[in-house]
Design a protein around this ligand. Structure first.
Ligand SMILES: *[C@@H]1O[C@H](CO)[C@@H](O)[C@H](O)[C@H]1NC(C)=O
Ligand SMILES: *[C@@H]1O[C@H](CO)[C@@H](O)[C@H](O)[C@H]1NC(C)=O
Ligand SMILES: *[C@@H]1O[C@H](CO)[C@@H](O)[C@H](O)[C@H]1NC(C)=O
Ligand SMILES: *[C@@H]1O[C@H](CO)[C@@H](O)[C@H](O)[C@H]1NC(C)=O
Ligand SMILES: *[C@@H]1O[C@H](CO)[C@@H](O)[C@H](O)[C@H]1NC(C)=O
Ligand SMILES: *[C@@H]1O[C@H](CO)[C@@H](O)[C@H](O)[C@H]1NC(C)=O
Ligand SMILES: *[C@@H]1O[C@H](CO)[C@@H](O)[C@H](O)[C@H]1NC(C)=O
Length: 308
């Protein structure tokens, strides 16, 4: 059966709710962690014994960054690519090494980024641009329309379609995260299982940090009139997460644009317990100047919570 026939058959079945139960068996995407049971449990980058099975804990990328953007427009509003009202958007889940350095594009056999950035690795190797099927198709092939729906609402690109951004995040970062290695899924590994699993994991980490709401709780809301100080953002977020995240600013440190939450994880990135840590990267926001946390262009956002 062709992929299209499979998909349209699935959609037909899903359209009749009474038949859905029982007839549709969606494939699982989780790894096989059986072998981790006889490994010690520890937070990544805090192990006192050598990690024997890199499927059980991310290594060497055990300093895990959950990152978000505050954009005011997408540039693709005409194609109905909008920002979610009252929410920062998901950027990614990155495997920094314990010292804050990082690896990128670690597996060219899982390279789905059409415009690799950087185009060339530090050692001079050119990263081959991808021109194949969209990663959105791979997610649909697993029947994960719920996942695609969430990604289309909260994992938003600027200046290019969302699926290109999702492909970039997987290829640049997940391929360097040991708990998403193909081998971790066992002999029955299904192609792109790791990709779906990574997107689920990135969203789970993102949901730990509702940045918009955390700031709003302290009266810090986007405004084109009021300005804030860096310490106001930091104090608010630290009071809820226990640590100071990295805050990124543009316009010479005066316009708030992004946040990176630093973490160690006990167990896997997929299912393990995260501990939030202070940023090891200095903020690019000015520590003295007034900082803008801009309101969005009204026509660039929509209330994702009201949508199906
Ligand atoms: C998981 O892997 C173990 C070997 O580590 C194997 O014995 C077991 O059958 C696998 N489980 C599944 C569900 O594939
Ligand atoms: C933790 O595990 C990593 C990866 O196996 C290893 O390089 C490192 O030496 C271990 N740390 C300690 C303190 O043993
Ligand atoms: C450059 O680094 C990549 C990824 O670590 C590696 O696969 C490749 O062999 C390296 N190339 C050279 C020329 O060292
Ligand atoms: C896509 O990439 C493949 C392999 O790199 C190449 O052979 C092919 O010409 C490319 N197609 C287009 C349309 O660029
Ligand atoms: C950027 O900010 C620094 C420190 O506030 C200031 O010294 C510098 O003049 C600014 N540069 C520009 C181009 O505004
Ligand atoms: C961060 O800022 C501190 C204090 O300004 C400075 O001592 C340190 O070198 C900076 N670290 C980096 C990585 O730039
Ligand atoms: C607020 O200012 C930003 C930056 O100039 C602009 O993009 C946005 O449209 C403005 N929003 C409102 C509601 O005026």
């Amino acid at each position: 059966m062709s992929k299209f026939a499979l998909l349209s058959g699935l959609l037909t079945v899903l359209a009749s709710p009474s038949l859905t139960q029982g007839l549709v068996q969606l494939p699982n995407t989780y790894p096989n962690l059986t072998a981790c049971l006889n490994q010690p449990s520890f937070f990544s980058c805090e192990n006192t014994t050598v990690i024997e099975n890199s499927c059980c804990s991310p290594t060497p990328g055990g300093l895990v960054l959950s990152t978000q953007f505050w954009d005011t427009y997408t540039g693709l509003e005409a194609q109905e690519q909008f920002l979610p009202k009252n929410s920062w958007t998901l950027h990614g889940l990155w495997p920094d090494n314990c010292d804050g350095s990082f690896n990128q594009y670690c597996d060219f056999s899982r390279q789905y980024d059409p415009a690799p950035s950087p185009a060339v690795l530090p050692n001079g190797t050119v990263i081959p641009p991808y021109n194949g099927t969209s990663v959105a198709t791979f997610i649909a092939e697993f029947g994960r329309f719920d996942l695609l729906n969430f990604m289309n609402k909260y994992w938003i690109n600027q200046g290019a379609p969302n699926d290109v951004f999702w492909a970039h995040e997987f290829s640049k970062h997940a391929t360097c995260t040991s708990t998403f290695d193909d081998a971790c899924y066992g002999p029955d590994y299904k192609q792109h299982q790791d990709l779906v699993d990574f997107y689920d994991a990135a969203i789970r980490a993102y949901k730990q940090y509702p940045t918009y709401d955390m700031l709003a709780t302290f009266g810090i809301i986007p405004s084109n009139k009021t300005t804030y100080k860096l310490s106001q953002f930091q104090n608010a977020l630290k009071s809820q997460t226990g640590a100071i995240p990295y805050l990124g600013c543009g316009n010479n440190g005066t316009v708030l644009e992004e946040v990176w939450y630093f973490q160690h994880v006990l167990g896997t990135e997929q299912f393990g317990h995260y501990k939030t840590l202070d940023s090891v990267t200095n903020s690019t926001c000015s520590s003295t100047e007034d900082i803008r946390y801009y309101e969005r262009t009204p026509t660039s956002e929509r209330d994702a919570r009201l949508l199906p």
